[in-house]
Ligand binder design. Structure first.
Ligand code: Z5A
Length: 270
């Protein structure tokens, strides 16, 4: 499998199957029912990839088994579809084609990674999920939300995240962060890029204009405000440490887990 510059720069790890890493925090685990499904969302450069490993570590320290993954991607097929979706050569792809490829990757991800992990009691930490489709294909590209909702139903059945963390920053702040990251030298192992373009080149989404990302942000905020029991809007404009504290506090308040000392394990406190 071949990785783009951003893939190589990503702070989350991958396993040999094209999925991402599973962490245990080094503790003995006892499985208690279904795991929890946490999704990290936000506009470009909001800091999702920065926060995910911090959360993974903190939950692992508490004895929670986690699996970190991403969309589009998370499986060999999904990562191949991701390469197509981000490839600037396909600028102008029809919004319907883009929508269907997103959901094709999601169907594979759910079947091969997310559902088995949740069934095994693992907490799934996912960098983007279907809210990104409502935000980018819906808000950004103008696809009717009802069409997206119909696919959501078809592909996901009853699977929905337990908690969606919307890392919120003004679009200009996120784009500036992402722009600075692209200019940073990479000291990571060389790998060929699928696109053949420069490793720090902007991908197909990153080439969109500020108004596109404003519409994306607006959809995230609207959806989060409409379902406060499932969403948390986190002000992610502060430094990484402050944002991490906000994220971790929110998770422990919304999805509390407690220690079972006799079993050397922690259980989701429902
Ligand atoms: N997409 C879609 O259209 N429809 C869908 O259904 C799905 C996705 C699932 C790829 O996703 C694209 O797919 C995405 C939407 C589309 N395109 N866009 N835009 P992605 O998640 O891989 O791409 P991304 O959103 O562009 O990720 P990103 O730019 O890596 O954003 P991030 O993960 O939120 O940011 P980060 O990498 O953690 O941080 C960016 C830089 O800022 C980096 O240098 C950090 O060191 C720095 N940073 C992070 N936090 C801070 C703070 N707090 N202060 C200062 N600097 C910071």
């Amino acid at each position: 499998m071949e990785w783009s510059a951003r893939d190589r720069a990503a702070k989350v790890g991958r396993d040999g199957r094209g999925g991402f890493g599973e962490g245990t925090g080094g503790m003995k685990h006892v499985r208690f029912g279904r795991g929890r499904f946490l999704v990290f969302e936000g506009v470009e450069g909001a800091g999702k990839s920065t926060q995910l490993p911090l959360v993974e570590r903190r939950l692992g320290d508490a004895g929670v088994r986690t699996l970190t993954t991403r969309e589009p991607g998370g499986t060999p097929l999904g990562e191949s579809l991701r390469a197509v979706l981000l490839d600037p050569r396909f600028t102008g792809m029809s919004p319907t084609a883009e929508l269907l490829v997103m959901f094709a990757a999601r169907a594979e991800h759910l079947a091969k990674v997310i559902e088995p992990a949740l069934a095994a009691g693992t907490w799934v930490l996912c960098d983007r999920f279907t809210d990104a489709t409502f935000a980018y294909q819906g808000g950004g590209r103008g696809v009717d939300a009802a069409r997206i909702a119909a696919l959501e139903e078809t592909v996901q059945g009853r699977v929905r995240p337990d908690l969606v963390l919307v890392l919120d920053v003004p679009v200009e702040v996120g784009l500036a962060r992402a722009g600075r990251r692209r200019q940073m030298p990479m000291d990571l192992p060389d790998a060929p890029t699928w696109t053949g373009s420069a490793p720090d080149a902007a991908d197909r989404f990153e080439r969109e204009d500020v108004d596109f990302f404003r519409r994306v942000r607006e959809v995230y905020l609207e959806r989060a405000r409409a379902r406060p029991e499932r969403y948390a809007i986190i002000d992610a404009s502060a430094d990484e440490e402050t944002t991490a504290e906000r994220v971790l506090t929110t998770i422990s308040e919304r999805l509390p887990y407690r220690r079972h000392s006799t079993r050397q394990s922690y259980e989701a406190g429902i």
